[in-house]
Design a binder for this molecule. Structure first.
Ligand SMILES: Cc1cc2nc3c(=O)[nH]c(=O)nc-3n(C[C@H](O)[C@H](O)[C@H](O)COP(=O)(O)OP(=O)(O)OC[C@H]3O[C@@H](n4cnc5c(N)ncnc54)[C@H](O)[C@@H]3O)c2cc1C
Length: 162
């Protein structure tokens, strides 16, 4: 069965607008599933437009990695939250995406992913990146979500913010 955004008046179809949401938000929430048991986590992310992927870092162990090793399919959301409007509607711009998650072993890609991530989420990225040594990078667990689908929806979001 295929689904689509039913409210065409709220749908975002412009690819650049969808990408802007992934580029300007600080975190994503992703749904994962193992043995028919759902799980949800939020992750700070950096969006690489050229590769259409999201980079994140995490602890080397934990429930999400157990789930992801069993099933690396993810469904995620990035959200710009504008709160309740005067009309008591909820104003937002959001992007849904699906993709495959994998952990990164290659040091050069880890460095690249960390740069993309830190530049997106940090107010002072260069100072933070200067502290990264090859030894620290080796110990850092980095992952990537390769995006294969995106949809977007907005409701009364200020156009200047997206
Ligand atoms: C805005 C935001 C950004 C985040 N960014 C990152 C990031 O970049 N990298 C990262 O690794 N994590 C990040 N986190 C935390 C992340 O959502 C998980 O809590 C964390 O990664 C641990 O996941 P786990 O499955 O390994 O935890 P585990 O400790 O293995 O999970 C075991 C159990 O702990 C409980 N649990 C786990 N996490 C939470 C939680 N957040 N709140 C309540 N209960 C919980 C659940 O019941 C779960 O079944 C972020 C969270 C938020 C809210």
């Amino acid at each position: 069965m295929s689904f689509y955004v039913r409210r065409k008046d709220r749908e975002i179809t412009d690819l650049e607008e969808l990408r802007q949401v992934l580029k300007t938000t600080k975190y994503i929430s992703i749904a994962i599933c193992r043995n028919n048991e759902p799980y949800l986590i939020s992750l700070s992310h950096g969006y690489d437009e050229a590769k259409n992927c999201l980079y994140f870092h995490c602890a080397p162990e934990g429930k999400k990695l157990v789930y992801l090793k069993a099933n690396n399919s993810v469904w995620g959301q990035a959200l710009l939250d504008f709160g309740v409007t005067e009309e008591c509607d909820y104003a937002y711009t959001s992007v849904h995406f699906s993709g495959r998650m994998s952990l990164i072993e290659d040091l050069a890609e880890k460095q690249h992913g960390l740069e993309v991530l830190v530049r997106q989420v940090s107010l002072n990225p260069e100072a933070k990146l200067a502290k990264i040594t090859p030894e620290r990078l080796e110990k850092t667990t980095m992952g990537r979500i390769d995006i294969d689908y995106m949809s977007g929806k907005k409701h009364q979001s200020p156009k200047s913010r997206v």
